[in-house]
Design a binder for this molecule. Structure first.
Ligand SMILES: C[S@@+](CC[C@H](N)C(=O)[O-])C[C@H]1O[C@@H](n2cnc3c(N)ncnc32)[C@H](O)[C@@H]1O
Length: 310
């Protein structure tokens, strides 16, 4: 995994503006901080998606009757249990394959699910969901979950490529369940990514510690960076930045390179695109999926779409 971070750091940190893919947030500490974020009052996406799944899980399970459920970016798979309950009610011997880059948390969550769903075969896979790979399961009997609004971490081109690769790994009749956050008032979006107790700030700043430890960096200190959030209206996305509080001069020993960031400049650490549902459905159709049904919570904050591979 450090090879991956080295490559992404070389590709991103010396660009203008510097940037890193969001996956590098999720070492064990980052994953636990994200879990805390999901319980913050400002962070509506988890609560809203949970509401939608509670209301429609039986319908979703009934439409797919899945034999194999693959969850991309599974994390703790907390909400997933709502779907597992509905799926195992129809077919007790389910195969559940949670996929995540965060190995410790994935193993922990998979063990808890294996314990609580004794008839389900649980097979955690530590992998990057953006890399092409064959998916387990019988063609036509698969349900792929991508929840939490994680699809928003891709820019437009990356998202198109991801959906195309996913479709290529599936067979006609397989299903895809996609949770996506919707465009709303910027004040609510900004609050969701900049909570009042500072957990999201810690989550963002933890990336500096991941960089320091993994790439053996000298002169790189968490306290030299502050969390900054911006709503980019043109690209309808939230952006999280790490802004330098002073001139930063660091040496990445693992890369053999020096890095400078002037005070006030930032590193773009996450984008979170917010969607208009018709546009997202057009993108799904372009990739070879037919949206079968879609639901939003009563407040219209979040969406879940069930699509079938053509
Ligand atoms: C926003 S969290 C969502 C977690 C969970 N699905 C939810 O809905 O609460 C993103 C999850 O995807 C994982 N992740 C991020 N980038 C990834 C990648 N490229 N490949 C695999 N997992 C990734 C993270 O470790 C984290 O568990």
């Amino acid at each position: 995994m450090s090879g991956g971070l080295a490559g992404d750091a070389l590709a991103g940190l010396w660009q203008s503006p510097p940037s890193l893919p969001a996956r590098w947030f999720y070492d064990e500490r980052g994953s636990r901080l994200f879990d805390e974020i999901t319980r913050l009052p400002e962070y509506y996406p988890t609560r809203r998606e949970t509401e939608i799944l509670r209301a429609h899980a039986d319908e979703i399970a009934g439409r797919c009757v899945a034999e194999t459920v693959v969850e991309l970016g599974a994390g703790m798979s907390t909400k997933t249990r709502i779907l597992l309950d509905a799926c195992t009610a129809l077919r007790p011997t389910l195969h559940f394959v949670p996929v995540d880059v965060s190995g410790v948390v994935l193993a922990e969550a998979a063990a808890a699910i294996a314990r609580d769903y004794p008839e389900t075969t649980v097979e955690p896979v530590v992998a990057d969901f953006a890399e092409p790979r064959p998916l387990p399961g019988r063609p036509g009997g698969r349900l792929v979950l991508f929840l939490g609004g994680t699809i928003g971490n891709f820019d437009d081109a990356q998202r198109g490529a991801f959906l195309g690769r996913l479709r290529a790994a599936l067979a006609p009749g397989d299903h895809f369940l996609l949770g996506a956050d919707l465009v709303k008032a910027p004040s609510r979006l900004l609050a969701a990514y900049d909570d009042s107790v500072g957990v999201t700030a810690e989550f963002n700043r933890n990336l500096i510690e991941v960089l320091r430890a993994t790439l053996d960096a000298e002169g790189l200190y968490v306290d030299d960076f502050e969390h900054a959030v911006r709503w980019n209206a043109d690209q309808h996305r939230i952006e999280m930045w790490l802004r330098a509080r002073r001139d930063v001069t660091a040496r990445f020993r693992a890369l053999g390179r020096d890095w400078k960031l002037p005070a006030g400049d930032g590193v773009l650490t996450e984008i979170s695109v917010k969607f208009h549902l018709p546009d997202l459905h057009t993108e799904l159709a372009t990739a070879g999926f037919t949206p079968v049904d879609a639901w939003a919570d009563p407040a219209g904050d979040f969406s879940v779409t069930l699509a079938r591979a053509n």
